[in-house]
Design a protein around this ligand. Structure first.
Ligand SMILES: Cc1cc2nc3c(=O)[nH]c(=O)nc-3n(C[C@H](O)[C@H](O)[C@H](O)COP(=O)(O)OP(=O)(O)OC[C@H]3O[C@@H](n4cnc5c(N)ncnc54)[C@H](O)[C@@H]3O)c2cc1C
Length: 411
């Protein structure tokens, strides 16, 4: 009996619909923006149309106004959306908002869901996530920002945050702070919902980065802020998920965010390979089309193999998630692989475009500078490799083989 790779008809249909949506609506809208049309007008129009077609908040349950897609259908949808920078935004499933909505959905009280989640799900507000500090990133248990209870009504927060993505366009922030320095390391932190703007949460600057910035970068949520937290008063009812649970909630949130980045990378890599192929079939050097050179064909073949591995990896993870299996090892492996995969494919596409690839006349150069961050965010490569490697050793010690740590249940 063979493994069934047939995608269920319903999931196939939704993927086809989203694919068409991205090709027919999002990609042309990108051009409207570069031609100077107002961003809000273009996005609102897109969102109105998407919602009217039922394309909205893919993994959010239907009773909350989303599409209620399970892991497989959501993965297929996200793998289409990354082809346009307006794809995820048009369906209100952009990072960092989407993973943060998931946290509010899983841990919010009824009051918090009504007040904060509802406008996010309606696309009326944006949310950011403030965990990383200059003091601590990969090892988030080193965060220094403190939250001290002031009577029964409020907490008062003091400290700093940096690289809070989209903070300068957000209406709400989830802020992590230490509530109990004497608790075990992973139980010291709590998460607070903060309405913005707020005098206690001051955006010091949007940090200049290596990523190519266009006039829309900040508006689209591509900015990353340094934040001063000074005497920030948060009502006790805006503590999310109870004291001491901030770290675990954060890890749950990041686990989805990591995969979503990876899913978008697949379609970005696919578009990069499409652009490269379209270029080599028409460009001639030394009396021949580039596409006729075996060396060039090998470069395309290597990209095709990377994209194929990426799709299979994500589909296998989606399959395991559908069954409720533990996917932590696969999640870390995929996080590393997909960040490096997209880098390699976009780099090859730039190489094949020559100077044109280095210019900003194609989207490749901007993508290249943006995706470099993916080897750092949501846990740097080395931290995931550390975890994956430890699991390899544990599997060997437990079972006499490392297979179960290498997608072994495929065997
Ligand atoms: C574009 C971008 C967007 C971001 N968005 C957000 C956001 O919205 N909210 C938020 O809270 N944070 C955000 N971050 C922060 C991000 O999560 C951190 O940068 C990341 O966790 C790494 O932390 P760090 O930068 O402090 O690096 P450090 O913790 O100082 O680590 C530096 C390097 O040391 C190495 N290293 C670390 N630990 C180990 C180890 N155990 N073994 C081997 N090597 C190791 C790795 O190579 C790592 O890159 C963002 C960052 C970027 C670049």
């Amino acid at each position: 009996m063979s493994i069934d790779f047939e995608i269920p008809a319903e999931a196939k249909a939704i993927r086809a619909k989203v694919r068409q949506w991205v090709q027919d609506e999002c990609k042309p809208a990108e051009k409207r923006l570069t031609d100077g049309e107002d961003y809000k007008t273009v996005l609102n129009e897109l969102r109105g149309k998407a919602r009217a077609q039922g394309l909205w908040c893919p993994f959010i349950p239907k009773e909350y106004g989303g599409m209620g897609l399970g892991p497989l259908a959501n993965a297929l949808v996200q793998m289409e959306l990354g082809e346009s920078h307006l794809g995820a935004l048009s369906m209100n499933t952009q990072g960092p908002d989407d993973a943060t909505m998931m946290t509010l959905l899983a841990h919010g009280t009824d009051h918090q869901k009504e007040k904060y989640l509802k406008p996010l799900l309606n696309g009326e507000k944006r949310i950011c996530y403030s965990m990383t500090e200059k003091a601590a990133g990969a090892d988030a248990t080193g965060m220094q920002t403190r939250a001290v209870k002031d009577g029964n009504e409020n907490y008062v927060l003091n400290g700093e945050k940096w690289f809070s993505s989209a903070a300068s366009v957000a209406d709400i922030a989830l802020v992590m702070a230490m509530t109990d320095p004497d608790a075990p390391r992973h139980q010291r932190y709590s998460t607070f919902i903060v309405e913005l703007p707020n005098p206690g949460y001051r955006i010091v600057r949007d940090i200049e980065t290596m990523a190519v910035h266009g006039p829309l970068t900040e508006i689209l949520g591509g900015g990353h802020s340094e934040v001063e937290i000074k005497d920030l008063v948060v009502p006790a009812e805006d503590l999310l998920g109870g004291e001491g649970n901030g770290f675990n909630m954060g890890q749950h949130r990041l686990a989805y965010g990591r995969l979503r980045h990876g899913m978008h990378n697949v379609s970005m890599a696919q578009r990069a390979l499409d652009l490269a192929t379209a270029h080599v079939v028409q460009r001639e050097t030394f009396g021949k089309k580039l596409s006729e050179r075996q060396g060039v064909q090998w470069m395309l073949a290597d990209c095709a193999a990377e994209i194929y591995k990426a799709r299979l990896m994500l589909l296998h993870i989606a399959y395991k998630a559908e069954r409720g299996d533990d996917i932590r090892q696969e999640n870390s492996i995929a996080k590393i692989f997909l960040a490096n995969m997209v880098h390699q494919v976009v780099d090859t596409a730039i190489q094949l475009h020559g100077a044109l690839g280095f210019s900003l006349d194609t989207p490749l150069a901007a993508w290249y500078t943006h995706i470099r961050s993916q080897r750092l965010v949501d846990g740097p490569d080395e931290v995931h490799r550390w975890t994956v490697g430890r699991n390899v050793i544990k599997a060997f010690e437990r079972e006499g083989t490392t297979a179960s740590a290498c997608g072994g249940d495929l065997l």
